[in-house]
Design a protein around this ligand. Sequence first.
Ligand SMILES: [Zn+2]
Length: 144
Amino acid sequence: MVQHNRLSHALLFLGKEGSGALQLAMAFAQFITCKPSTVAPAEPSLFGEPEPVLPIQNQVSSNDSCGTCPSCKKAQELVHPDIHFSYPVIPRKSGDKPIATDYITEWREFIKLNPYGNVYDWLQFINAENKQGNITALECNDIL
Ligand SMILES: [Zn+2]
């Protein structure tokens, strides 16, 4: 899709529990936001002439992110401004209308500790106990 510039506006990564669908989606998001330097630094050759300048993009796989550019680092730390997360949350107190962003600190910690965790693990992580997590209409509006 990326190589043929046919990226859809939305993709659903659906997999059985433990299959790593979330990790795959996050890796894909990192890949499409990866911005490696486009020009390698020119170094003098043994004969004193600069080597031809090759785009770094041609030196790394076009099937994966570089993993080292500032964009990849932000994606890995779950702080990339163009990568958003939505997940069920619970009100912190009665009457609250929480959105996922209210729990972003907990989410980042959860994902680092439980890369293959499920929604039950997540809700236990935020001490939902027997409360049902919810993606609210407010959350949907926030996504829009
Ligand atoms: Zn990168």
